[in-house]
Design a protein around this ligand. Structure first.
Ligand code: GLC
Ligand code: MG
Length: 664
């Protein structure tokens, strides 16, 4: 206690006493009368030298009731109350005003692994699940989170896994169920999602159900599509398989023909039988229970056929019927996209949605359907406002880019999707898969980087078929028509390109360019296809205008396709200029007044042009060159050109505090 403490206290009390017109003794007496301890006692206590025991209650009360303590205390109290209420209000407002976060299947490209060809861990020359697990770092490096693995179910491999013998088992070639579970657990621990292939249209002819069906087991009799026919007689109708020739095969055991829209070893299931639908739902549950994050639904448009089984109309009515052997010869009016198909898929989706309710475990559904020019048929897989279906159907239109590499054609193909997609839906882009010639081979190496730039800067989810990230090309084999695009992934310049480092076996030959075109070499070269893929993917994920902003066409000509990605409220925006043509050109964007006069290249597919500054009237691009130009502006392009612009879900940015909010 400071020496003069008590003096000060007394002085203060006596001042107060005189101000209140009462003396100290008066007040002492008053306190006495209400039984309060005498002030003098307190004084005694405080003159004794002993450890400080705190301020006595009386003194405290005396001080704390003074205005200069009471008022600030009350102010602080009410301030705390107000701040708490304000905080609650702000939290509610932020939640109400925040746009939906992008889900995992929107935030990352989907990478397709063809398991035979990704990485062989056991030296048999065929890739396997353990091999995939060994190589998960590749995705960390690329910043890819969603992995679709083509089928690894038990299968006789007539269609390399798309002919399933047991939907609940792993083919020994790829590993065991334990390998699968370990792969999934490791992927999840690394924040990666696993999308499985789901093949509802058909099974293998070795599936238990087919054997029970051909022997007319009462429960399984109608699991497949059977009809009467003679062993050597005419086919039941003119329907043809996707792989060519009649889609009917006579089965000696049952003495009838069964339908197969693919290989004869892939009999079509009968989805008019509710038991078949239930079997499929059980299988969906089986894998969702194991924890898979989604399904790629294979060949769904073939799931139902017209029960009347009439001949399909020929494309060329004058063609002799015996020459009608391919899907291109017929209008597939009775074998694809039948009424009822979407009901089945929506039921599958509803089942998946039950599992999606688990927080952070959204289960994704992507649909495979080639409808070519009938784009409206594809769009139906997005579902309706009232009923969900696929998160998106694959967009295969960019596969046609090589037909006519040009700016105008690129825009045409992009617009086929953007102009037909239902409002508010999420686009996606595919430039290759296990069924199609690699884009690097069909379009030519010259355009590989530009195509990857297009993929990763367009709005929506990019799909990358293994090898596209390094510009892998088709191999030169003729054994089976789809083998050329399925060669082993080129990891390094060592034995078997690092695909199999145990023995000298590879199920398909490697591309001879593997010594230079491989992951390891490209990781060391910051101008490589791989480095550019990684840069663009990382940029896309860190920049709001690229991952969820507006997409606006700004310019198209024979060579160049150019568009803007911007977000309302954010000054930073991106201009993409890609030359898909046949000549180097200078593009004049001086009429685009929303662009600043000078444009600086953030990244060019032609590394020497990184950092170049162009006046907006003279943007130069070489053949196959793509530019990402980052600029800053106060005027957004979309409000002045609404018909040129698309956004899935509008959001605005409040730059002062750095938040995103829902806006109209
Ligand atoms: C899909 C697959 C293809 C397979 C077919 C039959 O189109 O992508 O590889 O052959 O379905 O399952
Ligand atoms: Mg193997």
């Amino acid at each position: 206690i400071p020496k003069d403490f008590f003096k000060k206290l007394q002085k203060c009390l006596s001042k107060r006493g005189s101000r209140d017109n009462i003396s100290v003794s008066d007040s002492e007496e008053k306190r006495d009368s209400i039984g309060v301890k005498r002030l003098s006692d307190a004084r005694d206590e405080y003159t004794q030298i002993k450890p400080y025991a705190g301020m006595p209650k009386e003194v405290l009360v005396l001080y704390s009731s003074k205005a200069r303590y009471r008022v600030p205390r009350e102010i602080l109290f009410w301030l705390t109350v107000c701040c708490t209420l304000a905080l609650v209000a702000v939290t509610i407002a932020v939640i109400a005003l925040s746009p939906k976060c992008l889900s995992w299947w929107q935030a990352s490209p989907v990478y397709q692994i063809y398991p035979r060809s990704f990485k062989d861990s056991d030296g048999d020359g065929v890739g396997d699940l353990k091999g995939i697990k060994e190589k998960l770092d590749h995705f960390e490096y690329l910043n890819i989170k969603s992995i679709w693995i083509s089928p690894f179910y038990r299968s006789p491999m007539k269609d390399f896994g798309y002919d399933v013998e047991d939907f609940r088992d792993i083919d020994p070639l790829f590993g065991t169920m334990k390998d699968f579970e370990e792969l999934l657990a490791t992927m999840h621990s690394k924040g990666l999602r696993l999308i499985m292939d789901f093949i509802p249209n058909h099974t293998s002819d070795r599936h238990r159900w087919f054997n029970l069906s051909r022997t007319r087991d009462p429960h399984y009799e109608d699991y497949y599509v059977w009809t009467d026919c003679k062993p050597d007689g005419p086919k039941p109708n003119n329907w043809v398989s996707i792989f060519g020739n009649s889609s009917w095969t006579y089965d000696e055991v049952r003495g009838q023909c069964y339908l197969h829209q693919f290989l004869k070893e892939q009999p079509d299931l009968n989805f008019r039988n509710p038991d078949v639908i239930n079997e499929m739902i059980d299988i969906i549950h089986f894998w969702l229970d194991k924890g898979v994050d989604g399904f790629r639904m294979d060949a769904v448009k073939h799931m139902l056929e017209a029960p009347h089984m009439r001949d399909e109309p020929q494309v060329d009515p004058n063609k002799p019927p015996e020459l009608v052997t391919t899907e291109w010869d017929l209008h597939s009016d009775y074998t694809t996209s039948q009424v009822g198909l979407h009901d089945i898929l929506r039921e599958f989706r509803a089942q998946m949605d039950i599992y999606s309710q688990e927080p952070g475990r959204y289960r994704f559904m992507v649909i495979e359907s080639y409808d070519y020019e009938e784009v409206y048929k594809t769009m139906m897989y997005y579902g309706t406002k009232l009923e969900k279906e696929g998160d998106f159907p694959f967009n295969f239109y960019l596969l046609d880019l090589p037909q006519n590499t040009s700016g105008a054609w690129a825009k045409h193909l992009v617009h086929l999707w953007m102009g037909n997609m239902p409002k508010g839906k999420w686009p996606n882009w595919v430039v290759g898969n296990h069924d199609r010639t690699r884009i690097s081979s069909s379009a030519g190496q010259l355009y590989v980087r530009a195509i990857n730039m297009l993929l990763l800067t367009l709005p929506g989810t990019a799909t990358t078929y293994y090898g596209e990230e390094i510009g892998m090309e088709n191999i030169n084999v003729t054994s089976a028509s789809r083998d050329p695009q399925r060669s082993p992934l080129q990891w390094n310049a060592n034995m078997n390109a690092g695909f199999n480092d145990k023995t000298n076996l590879t199920w398909l030959p490697l591309h001879p360019d593997y010594e230079t075109v491989n992951v390891e070499a490209q990781m060391k070269d910051d101008g490589s296809v791989l480095a550019q893929y990684r840069f663009l993917n990382t940029l896309r994920q860190s920049e709001l205008p690229l991952n969820r902003g507006w997409f606006c066409y700004v310019h198209t000509d024979a060579n160049v396709f150019s568009y803007i990605r911007e977000l309302d409220g954010l000054k930073r925006a991106f201009l993409i200029v890609v030359n898909f043509g046949k000549e180097s050109v200078v593009t004049d964007l001086s009429s685009v007044r929303e662009l600043p006069d000078e444009l600086k290249v953030l990244m060019s597919t032609n590394k020497v042009n990184d950092g170049k500054v162009f006046p907006k009237s003279r943007i130069q691009t070489e053949v196959g060159e793509g530019l990402v130009i980052q600029y800053s502006t106060n005027t957004r392009f979309n409000p002045n050109h609404p018909e040129e612009c698309y956004i899935s879900e509008k959001a605005c940015y409040l730059e002062t505090i750095g938040i995103l909010y829902k806006c109209q």
